[in-house]
Design a protein around this ligand. Sequence first.
Ligand code: NAD
Length: 426
Amino acid sequence: MSQGEETAISECEVSNPFVEVQNRIAVICRRLNISEGIKDRLKVCQRELIINFPVRMDDSSLKMFTGYRIQHSNIRGPAKGGIRYHPDVTLDDARALAALMTLKAAVVNIPYGGAKGAVACKPETMSQNELERLTRRYASEISLLIGPESDIPAPDVGTNAQVMAWIMDTYSMNKGYSVLGVVTGKPLEIGGSKGRFEATGRGCMICARLASKQAGINFEGATVAVQGFGKVGSVVARLMAREGCKVIAISDVKGGIYNSNGLDVESVYSNCKETGSVVDYKDAERITNAELLAIDCDILVPAALEGQICKDNAAAVKAKLIIEGANGPTTTEADNILSDKGIFIVPDILANAGGVVVSYFEWVQGLQAFFWNENEVNQRLEEIMDNAFHEVLEIKEREKTDMRTAAYMLAIDRVVSAMMIRGIYP
Ligand code: NAD
């Protein structure tokens, strides 16, 4: 394979992630004896905005883009969820991710509903000026929905703190004053929270540590493979290495690297910063993403995109424990195969909830204009993740089920309780 080229990024056919989430919600509603009407309400998104908008490119041409902002639910509080910039993103992807956000906020018991936004674009091929114009136009279009009391975006795949800064600035310019609470994941200089950048990865690491006990793995010295080396994957790999785990494989969209003696993750990280990918790292063997998922290791962390572990490759997974850093990385068919193999899975709505937890802290700090130190942030995050993990584990054991079913049961029960107490308007 030539450098920088990945021949088979995923062996999986593209499945519809929204149908997957809807089916999972339906199964859990049946298990919880929830009425048809309530189940039907949970299966759809409350508000869906589709926008087609022009952006002036650097060569003066005009290019049309399609974007979405979807609010799945605001029953437990303002809708909350990231914004994705990716060429293949669809309306159903945004719907699925919005629904997962509702469930995630409920699992960790923070007062949010769920939302997601997306623009079909290739950010890595655009200049900073083009990205800024795209972001500001998209932010204006979705300002019909977003706001600190209604719907609060954050970074996701292909977006970052700078994109959040442009959204915050655009929204604030139209209001006439600075609105810190309109987005989270902002740079520290304009009201970001200490610890937010690492929060999703830190939450995954905390779950990995807690789940290792359940899966009979000695966390210190555990072998780890991480798919995706972006905002989530790179932090998970670095934190797990710092905790004494042996990270033996890492990948990104261009391919993967492997070293059975353990990779020097800090050195992979700095090399990746320079070259834009992990694949050029010298002290390792080149592998494909498909090979990474099948590597013999204790802990596998899929932290790239959805649908990566499917019916075609699940049987090859050898890890004892899977920590879902990405949203929806495992299809339902794969889930069944992995369960039959006895693999312990910490599902996305729990494993990667650290990001939304510290986003919540950032929003609270912004509303109060009172900022916490990093220790306070990390301690409170640890407390919430620890509680949520044990609440889910308790349901898993009581109901003799798996962690995903238990997490969905906890989340749906909380959302439905709030729905019943609020009642149906009018
Ligand atoms: P990112 O854009 O920062 O990084 C994505 C990484 O995945 C990059 O290394 C990219 O090269 C790699 N990648 C993309 N497609 C791939 C493929 N097909 N195979 C292998 N690698 C691939 O995105 P991120 O913010 O790290 O998000 C990753 C996942 O985590 C997504 O599913 C996202 O929804 C989820 N998530 C992110 C956050 C957050 O705070 N950023 C919070 C919760 C969940």
